[in-house]
Design a protein around this ligand. Structure first.
Ligand code: H2U
Ligand code: ZN
Length: 342
């Protein structure tokens, strides 16, 4: 490829737009704007002390869930069908096409994944073995759901600010028959790149960023960067160093390295503003279909909402909603601050 790690490491001083090669979109970057006065919303940043087992928590072992089922006395991870699923298998077919009005069926299944029986832990402070079990559970569940559905979305909403309903460490998996919007964009860019360059977009991108100003951390199998085109202030992307299509095909040593990667990254996030750091994270795995998958590289996205302190969040409003995403702190500054929180 002939790409050097120094490319675009120079500071770009004024407002400019950056291209997102993964989604074929643009983001407006306005360096220096965080120094503007702030009289707006400040979120409460107090982390409350949690019980190791909370009898009122519907995810704790032995608890009653909303549908009346009782959780088993589980010891590692525990997965169950969401009692309030956004996608279901047995709906009557929808096929509407009348002028500009279209609708189609979307069948699916929603799972809830408890990461640990301990109510007070987070993915970042669980033991290596316990996090490895979470990675294996994500992989096994994805393969199983992928046998039935096209897209398997593994994700975690952490913290009240991101809409998590409960501090008990947990995530969700939504599997569906149609390829969602984000996946469709990423599929098109990765396929087009693979066709024209004969290599993988995200592997080449990782190679270009490795050791550069946007790298946050790395090891033999994984690289974490603040993408050149990041929209959220401390957004990161977790990239494998060699093409892996989905979690289930990640070999043993890669999964072990992923455990270290996740724990290191989450430690950095919690250190940054000295609070339990809220975020939405998730894995983008190749679609489970008969069409080509070779171009697709497994990767993780972390989208944290915080901007300048534990109490001030980034709002995607105004220009962002109406025109295009905009950021103040540059991806290079964000990566620098994340590295120093390590
Ligand atoms: P979130 O915290 O990301 O919302 O995930 C919790 C999920 O757990 C949520 O989707 C489900 C909610 O529907 N849930 C159950 O399936 N059973 C319950 O008893 C309560 C919540
Ligand atoms: Zn609990």
């Amino acid at each position: 490829m002939g790409l050097s790690p120094g490319v675009t490491s120079e500071v770009i001083p004024g407002p400019h737009r950056r291209y997102n090669a993964l989604t074929d979109e643009w983001v407006l970057v306005s360096p220096g704007r965080t120094s503007r006065p702030w009289l707006g919303a400040e979120e409460s940043s107090a982390d409350s002390d949690l019980l190791t087992h909370d009898p009122d928590c519907y995810l704790c072992p032995g608890s009653n869930r909303a549908n009346g089922q009782v959780n088993p006395d589980y010891e590692g991870t525990f997965v169950f069908d969401n009692d309030f699923p956004a996608l279901v298998k047995g709906t009557s077919p929808v096929n509407v096409k009348e002028g500009l009005i279209s609708a189609e069926s979307q069948l699916g299944r929603c799972r809830v994944v408890c990461f640990s029986p301990r109510h007070d832990l987070t993915l970042g402070n669980m033991s290596d073995d316990a996090v490895r079990q979470v990675v294996d559970t994500w992989a096994d569940e994805s393969a199983r759901l992928g046998a039935e559905f096209t897209w398997v979305q593994v994700f975690e909403n952490r913290g009240e600010m991101m809409g998590a309903s409960n501090p008990h460490p947990h995530g969700q998996i939504w599997a569906g028959s149609a390829l969602p919007v984000e996946a469709t964009k990423e599929n098109e860019t990765q396929l087009a790149y693979h066709d024209s360059e004969g290599s993988h977009l995200l592997i080449d991108y990782g190679a270009q960023e490795s050791g550069g100003p946007r790298e946050v951390l790395s090891n033999a199998n994984w690289l974490v960067v603040v993408p050149f085109w990041a929209t959220w202030p401390f957004e990161t992307m977790v990239l494998p160093r060699t093409p892996v299509h989905d979690l289930a095909s990640a070999p043993d040593e890669s999964r072990d390295d992923l455990v270290t990667t996740l724990k290191d990254l989450l430690g950095i996030y919690d250190n940054l503003f000295r609070r339990s750091f809220p975020y939405s994270m998730g894995w983008h795995q190749a679609p489970y279909w008969d069409l080509p998958r070779e171009h697709w590289v497994l990767h993780g996205h972390f989208y944290p909402p915080l901007l300048r302190s534990a109490g001030v969040r980034k709002f995607m409003v105004g220009y962002e909603l109406l025109a295009e995403p905009q950021r103040d702190i540059t991806p290079e500054e964000a990566a620098e601050r994340l590295r120093s929180a390590g």
